[in-house]
Design a protein around this ligand. Structure first.
Ligand code: ATP
Length: 596
């Protein structure tokens, strides 16, 4: 459970966003307003005819003239309640349509906006919390719209209408009902505020209990290895006890609230009826008025009984919706410039010129960084962990914008072309590929939508994943679990390589793309990669230097700078250089595991 009470409540940005969505459906909105007005109007008018009916009955005469008057009143009464029924139905349908159209629009808008955010945005926000925000954005609309029309609007129209009618009948009765209504509403607001801290405490304990539970579930294997079930149960039972106590306090407060409200209804019912008796005695009100007052009071109580609770719900809904509105109002981190062109890739050379970049202002990762890669050149980036190798590829993919300096592909600044065309031109295989929870066929086909099954299988064969896929009970139709968890790291990498093979983009970036493979699979894949690299400009990041020995050029990165560059042989010649050092360390393990 999420603690909604701690969220900022900014109703206006939410109202603005929702009004923008509502504007698309003016006819439906008018329909909702008109049907709601008619519904409440008929609810006010119908009891008036009931009163007339009773007054006529109370004359006591059973003459044909009186009966025909009674029947005439009955007909009008029936017409009014029929109109009320039709208006109620029309209101329900109009609300169903408008809410669902708008909720669908809101979901789609939120989805498009969300996916337009930058890589940095996604790594700084939990996927779970983002998906919750999108769904709450549309659900909150339903909550607010429902509450407005079914509670606030209908209550306001009904209360104003009944008070006016009673005023016309008798000023004191009308004034009494007006004062009571205002008092009841004020009390509801006070009681809702009084309950609020108890609700917060209840939600907090609920979150804690769920947290303890999910912690235990995700650490199940550790708990069983350490034989700590009892210990965990003690922790959980403690959380449950606090949850129980907090809930009891909150529920009891609810019961008190209901009790106080109930008492007030007793007072108003008895009080107004007492007033009516006095007025009846003076000949001011009739028997029918008695019934009218009773019906009005009961209906009014029914209307305003939950206004306080609805006020709180609407408050929560605004808070929920604001979280997504806030995201949607935030400019996208990496944006296409207004007249962004499509990237045209002919020769496919890459130039990074005097690039500066840092994930935060206080810590630059690259400064004055320049690197040129000729068309068709195969370049390896090596160096210690944290040196900035992946950052270079992220800048090339424009997952981040450079602080200064430019990156050009075939003479075109990547900041001035569309992100879509840039990323279409680059096939990127990350160290830890994430897969959709879809079939393996669909996952590989992601490399090129529209590829035939045969083309997908061909790519899978080249990436050496066809055999393991064919061995699965459902073959290419196997679903791989959320983020691809049902596959091993090496299998996921091979699927990602198959995707890249299918994509066949002019520029290829492999970021530790074979690091999770065993030596045998890796050497097989290296062969496949060699074929894939043909005719392409390639950047490879690798820690295992044995995999990049044959590259055209090896660039050694240290602290965001180029420490050395050259071919494998040239760099090895630089005795005492970083590459030589790294190679010497790894050569020992190659010999040990028989790689060389
Ligand atoms: P490795 O070989 O371990 O993958 P690398 O050379 O690829 O390392 P980078 O991933 O480019 O290193 O990271 C360079 C530095 O930037 C590291 O110190 C890292 O902690 C930091 N860094 C990377 N990503 C972020 C981020 N999103 N926010 C803040 N700092 C980051």
């Amino acid at each position: 459970m999420i603690l909604q009470e701690k969220k900022p409540i900014r109703a206006w940005p939410v109202i603005r966003a929702y009004l923008k969505a509502i504007r698309k459906y003016p006819a439906l909105l008018v329909g909702v307003f008109v049907s709601s007005m008619i519904l409440e109007g008929a609810s006010i008018i119908a009891p008036l005819y009931l009163r007339d009916l009773i007054d006529t009955l109370s004359i006591g005469a059973r003459t044909p003239g009186v009966v025909s008057v009674l029947l005439a009143i009955l007909v009008v009464f029936a017409v009014v309640i029929l109109i009320r029924w039709i208006a109620g139905l029309a209101q329900a349908f109009a609300i169903n349509y408008i809410e669902l159209w708008i909720m669908a629009d809101l979901s789609n808008d939120a989805f498009v906006n969300l996916l337009g955010h930058s890589h940095d945005f996604f790594i700084s926000n939990f996927a779970g919390s983002l998906t919750r925000k999108v769904s709450r954005y549309s659900r909150s609309f339903e909550q607010i719209f429902d509450t407005f029309f079914y509670s606030f609007f209908s209550t306001a129209v009904f209360a104003i209408g009944t008070i006016i009618v009673l005023f016309q009948r008798n000023t004191i009765l009308g004034a009494a009902l007006l004062v009571w209504t205002l008092f009841f509403l004020a009390l509801q607001i006070i009681l809702t505020r009084w309950r609020q801290p108890l609700r917060i405490a209840r939600a907090l304990e609920d979150t804690r209990m769920t947290g303890v539970l999910s912690d235990a579930v995700s650490n199940q294997s550790t708990i069983s290895q350490f034989g700590a079930s009892r210990h965990e149960h003690d922790i959980f039972a403690g959380a449950v006890e606090k949850w129980r106590a907090a809930n009891l306090r909150s529920w009891n407060a609810d019961a008190w609230t209901q009790g106080i409200q109930g008492f007030l209804t007793v007072v108003v019912q008895a009080g107004l009826l007492y007033g009516a008796i006095i007025l009846w005695q003076r000949g001011v009100v009739t028997v029918g008025d008695f019934v009218l007052i009773q019906i009005y009071i009961l209906a009014l109580i029914n209307h305003i009984w939950n206004v306080g609770g609805n006020l709180r719900r609407i408050y929560d809904a605004f808070a929920d919706a604001y979280e997504m509105v806030d995201i949607m109002d935030r400019p996208h981190g990496v944006r296409d410039i207004p007249a962004a062109r499509q990237l045209r890739v002919d020769s496919r050379d890459i130039v990074m010129r005097d690039v500066a970049f840092g994930f935060s202002d206080s810590r630059p990762i690259l400064s004055h960084f320049s690197l040129s890669i000729r068309a068709g050149e195969k370049v390896a980036l090596v160096g210690p962990s944290g040196a900035g190798k992946s950052t270079i590829t992220k800048l090339l993919l424009r997952l981040y914008d450079t602080t200064s300096g430019t990156i050009e592909i075939d003479g075109q600044d990547i900041a001035k072309v569309t992100q879509e065309s840039l990323r279409r031109a680059i096939a990127f295989v990350p160290q830890e590929p994430i897969l959709f929870h879809r079939s393996l066929m669909d996952n590989i086909r992601y490399g090129r939508q529209g590829a035939t099954d045969e083309e997908v299988m061909e790519a899978a064969k080249k990436a050496h994943c066809h055999d393991f896929i064919a061995g699965l009970p459902e073959g290419y139709e196997t679903h791989v679990g959320e983020r691809g968890v049902k596959l091993s790291g090496g299998e996921r990498q091979r699927v990602a390589i198959a995707r890249a093979i299918l994509k066949d983009a002019p520029i290829l970036i492999l970021d530790e793309a074979t690091s999770s493979l065993d030596s045998e699979s890796e050497s097989l894949i290296q062969d496949a990669l060699k074929v894939l690299m043909e005719g392409k400009t390639v950047i490879v990041i690798a820690h295992r230097l044995s995999t990049i020995m044959t590259m055209d050029r090896i660039v050694v990165i240290e602290d965001g700078k180029i420490a050395a560059e050259g071919t494998h042989a040239e760099l090895l010649d630089q005795k005492g250089g970083l590459y030589h050092k790294l190679w010497s360390i790894q050569a020992g393990s190659f010999v040990a595991d028989g790689t060389v």
